[in-house]
Design a protein around this ligand. Sequence first.
Ligand code: F6R
Ligand code: MG
Ligand code: MG
Length: 368
Amino acid sequence: MKLTLSVIKADVGSIGGHLAPSPELVATVERHVREAGRELVLDVHVGHTGDDIAILMTHRKGTGDSGIHRLAWDAFVAGTEVARAQGLYGAGQDLLKDSFSGNVRGMGPAVAELEIEERASEPFLLFAADKTDPGAFDLPLYLAFADPMNTPGLLLAPRMTKGFRFVVMDVQHTTQDRVIELDAPENLYDLAVLLRDPERFVVESIWSRASGAQAVAVATSRLHNIAGKYTGKDDPVMLVRCQMDFPATGEVLAPFHLGHLVAGGMRGSHQMPLMPVTLGSPVSFFDGPPIVTCAAFSVRNGKLVGPVDAFAHPFWDAVRREVAEAAIRIRRQGFVGAAMLPMSELEYTGIVEKLGELEKRFRVRAEK
Ligand code: F6R
Ligand code: MG
Ligand code: MG
């Protein structure tokens, strides 16, 4: 019988600005899932990354199950009550609809799900990022699943040499899901052409071409496409299966040493390097830098073992220092040029409104 891994995450309030949820809020969300989900889920893990709470559930209901989605939604509603009572900032921020209607997709929370044939040993990684958007995972996934410079398994492991199938979503197409399938390595340049623009083209899933099994699921929601206005960056989660047919855990983690520039940081409107941090880290400098955590699990008959905090190793201290330097470096140029996102991606309307006023004051000078 197939096993489903579902991770559903939301920001429903945090302490001291958009930094981190309170322990009481996290505990309430977890208690709700454990108590109300007793008949539904096999196991649960609740953690937080910056101001976002991620609920990981194992169960037999398949992806997009309304009972599972409602369980997470109701847990976030219960959490919102605590956030309100405690006066936390942004209470209920990511719950964009008043009532639940079948599936949390399009309602604010981010969701990534994998329905799998559980292997005798099933190692997988739960990544969660704060102060950035789902395109932040494009480059690490490209490197881990398509580039032998990062992933020697693409050359060395016979089950991986057939490559991987990428499903890429056009997240600017808001009326329906608009997707394309591209096979690596044959379509590598086509893939690169799309992933050049991570604000529009987001890797949604990756599949082994040897076995047909799904390796990756990424949450691809765009909050401002749902709400029609700024409501916070999308702060994505993703699930990645590792080892055997898939890249080794270390091959999946390796690209995060880059600290590549992603959209996000202060007011969701800047380019900042992505910093790998330990589980439960808050955000800080310039409402960032954008952060990513990685919780490594094994699962057996739906029972979770872990997590191991994959970015807690001393190696990542050196990376964090470099990323902090890169963050300071780009912040030196403030609002100018590449430091701030292009107009289409600005999450606040101030600049657009101001430009509208200034347009009226421009004069075309008569030629002499
Ligand atoms: C970024 C983010 C923060 C806020 C900023 C201002 O995703 O959440 O950087 O944009 O702290 O927040 P408000 O507008 O709520 O005062
Ligand atoms: Mg927030
Ligand atoms: Mg957040």
